[in-house]
Design a protein around this ligand. Sequence first.
Ligand SMILES: Cc1cc2nc3c(=O)[nH]c(=O)nc-3n(C[C@H](O)[C@H](O)[C@H](O)COP(=O)(O)OP(=O)(O)OC[C@H]3O[C@@H](n4cnc5c(N)ncnc54)[C@H](O)[C@@H]3O)c2cc1C
Length: 297
Amino acid sequence: MSLQVLQNVNLAEYTSWLIGGNAEYFCLPVTMDDLKEAIEYSKRNQLKITILGGGSNILISDAGVKGLTICLKKFSQTTIKTANDNLYIETLSGTSKSELLKIFLKYRVTPALFMAGLPGDVGGGVVMNAGVAENFEPREFMQLVDWIEVIDLDLKIHRIEKSKLKVSYRHTDGWQPHIITKVAMSWPMEGDGGLLQKVKDANLLRLTKQPLDMPSCGSVFKNPEGHKAAQLIDQCGLKGFQIGDAQVSMKHANFIVNLNKATASDTWNVMMHVQKTVLEKKQILLSTEVVRLGEWD
Ligand SMILES: Cc1cc2nc3c(=O)[nH]c(=O)nc-3n(C[C@H](O)[C@H](O)[C@H](O)COP(=O)(O)OP(=O)(O)OC[C@H]3O[C@@H](n4cnc5c(N)ncnc54)[C@H](O)[C@@H]3O)c2cc1C
């Protein structure tokens, strides 16, 4: 067996929030064979599987994650093709969005602008249908996607066309309960010469608006229909609200930053306080964008 399965691995360093307890069992598959070995291992030992992508939209419990955590951040290989004035990319799901950004920049296609500053992996981009508020084209990850491949627990691979997936705001359904292994994307090659400068400008703008110098998971709550979650939270006077080392960012009210040693329960309690306060003062129930993983009471 070439895949290494480790025990009691701290997961905080695999998340952008730098928060969370230990994985009971943990592995980092690089190839499809590794991933298959990981699935077989989980079956042999009757372990529940938890998938981590880039870890940029998850809150892992302080009690950690039971079973086998499969982190896909090294599961990355890409093929690129151009045909009929289109750029075609097929990539394993652990490829980072920053790798995609480089490809889009190389071919001077506009998804570069969308991808600039979007953390995490391609698989997480599909699951969360990651998107931006700006009027870019595309502005949601699934606009790029043609089909995905998933693997089931019997190691069978299934290809799912985008038309069979149910895509909504910050969420994609129709691939569960499997593991997304590959994502195929395409985009017309219209060739924008000024793209690099536009990407630099977009990154600078993000820097002025978001606390990118502190550990966070980006926006914690989804924008309710017709509203901006950040604005609602700000209007409730919650910027700077803090429990332990988890704080509603002073710079962007929909970000919760880890000031130093925030725990998952501090962070969750801040989220619940924000949700309750906004409901009381604005009669709007915020729903969380961030996904909780692991053991919670
Ligand atoms: C500073 C910052 C800024 C951000 N800005 C934005 C933004 O502008 N727009 C936006 O939409 N998001 C933003 N995010 C959130 C996050 O980057 C995105 O949601 C991203 O797409 C998550 O990808 P990930 O690989 O990190 O997923 P993870 O956080 O690792 O996982 C998210 C969920 O997907 C599941 N998952 C991941 N990969 C797979 C797979 N291959 N198969 C099955 N399940 C899988 C996980 O189990 C988990 O449930 C931001 C985050 C940060 C830290």
